[in-house]
Design a protein around this ligand. Structure first.
Ligand SMILES: [Zn+2]
Length: 317
């Protein structure tokens, strides 16, 4: 589409492990990409360097747009704890314990709305992704990222539920397994330590003595020649369904949307629902479990869409 830079644009930045990506969307009503740019994260060079990279990216965006926005959305792994004004559990560990939101606001010179990347994923899939396409009337959406980690995000009537302590949707660290593997969050047996890609690969290695990727394991299970691969798939299907049933009994979502590498495994969609149905309160959960459609772009789109709400408030005023 023709570039159309003006104050209705939504600006967002996604803070990733290898890249920091910025996007400018046309507007909340028409969220199409009009500019997109990325820089390397290089977190091994330290916290100040990461802030400098944000600044470099933001300056490029400003140059291109020819103006400076009032507010920008930033999606980040980990959790920003508002009471302590610090980051926790971010995989770019140099950011942990730092007043990341304040530092970004100081560095960029504008207001920053900071949200967890799984929450941004859920928001993007709800507003402009698969939920918008297939179930636009959905009130309550639960977004799940199943990949190298496990993340969750709750969106109610178009808004992320961040919660009082910023941990709304942190389902990846719900407790699932007694005596389970220890987790970087400080606990053990978390969902992430049971059915993330690496956790399942570890499980397969433990029972078979062989190292395989999750994709290889699912193909071996499909071919029916490897009982250990089947056992690993059963573990995924059963534990994922069980963990989802907890969410369903609390928020009863209209749609559950799945993203991340493990979401490419087809059996999840049919078989996990069977486990889920045995465990939820009314035993007949019929809400759809669908695959995300925005891919890696969900994070940065979600970050920009964080600003959508602010914009509508400005417009009302
Ligand atoms: Zn954990």
């Amino acid at each position: 589409m023709k570039e159309c830079f003006n104050e209705d644009n939504l600006w967002g930045i996604d803070f990733g492990g290898t890249k920091i990506e910025g996007v400018i969307l046309h507007s909340a009503k028409k969220p199409e990409v009009i500019f997109r740019f990325r820089v390397k994260t290089e977190s091994h060079l330290g916290y100040e360097h990461i802030l400098d990279q944000f600044s470099k990216l933001f300056n490029t965006m400003k140059e291109k747009a020819g103006y400076e926005p009032m507010v920008i959305g930033v999606g980040s792994p980990g959790t920003y704890i508002p009471q302590k004004n610090e980051m926790k559990n971010c995989n770019a560990t140099v950011v942990n314990g730092k007043p990341f939101k304040d530092d970004l606001e100081r560095k960029l010179g504008i207001e920053v709305i900071l949200a967890n990347d799984a929450n941004c994923f859920a928001l993007a899939e709800t507003k402009i992704g698969i939920v918008q396409e297939l179930y636009p009337a959905a009130d309550v959406v639960f977004g799940v990222i199943l990949g190298t980690g496990v993340g969750g995000g709750v969106v109610v009537r178009g808004e992320i539920i961040n919660g009082k302590h910023g941990i709304g949707g942190e389902w990846g660290h719900n407790f699932l397994e007694e005596g389970g593997d220890s987790c970087y969050c400080g606990k053990s047996g978390c969902n992430e330590q049971v059915f993330s890609g690496p956790a399942l690969e570890r499980f397969y290695h433990r029972i078979s003595g062989k190292k395989k990727t999750m994709q290889e394991i699912s193909l071996l299970a499909e071919s029916g020649i490897d009982p250990h691969a089947q056992q690993t798939m059963d573990r995924l299907i059963h534990s994922f369904g069980k963990a989802l049933s907890v969410v369903v009994n609390v928020i009863d979502p209209d749609v559950i949307v799945l993203g991340g590498g493990v979401s490419n495994i087809k059996q999840i969609y049919s078989d996990s629902l069977k486990t889920l149905n045995q465990m939820v309160f009314n035993r007949s959960f019929d809400a759809p479990l669908v695959k995300a459609k925005l891919g890696d772009s969900a994070g940065v789109f979600g970050a920009a869409l964080l600003v959508g709400k602010e914009k509508s408030v400005y417009e009302e005023n």
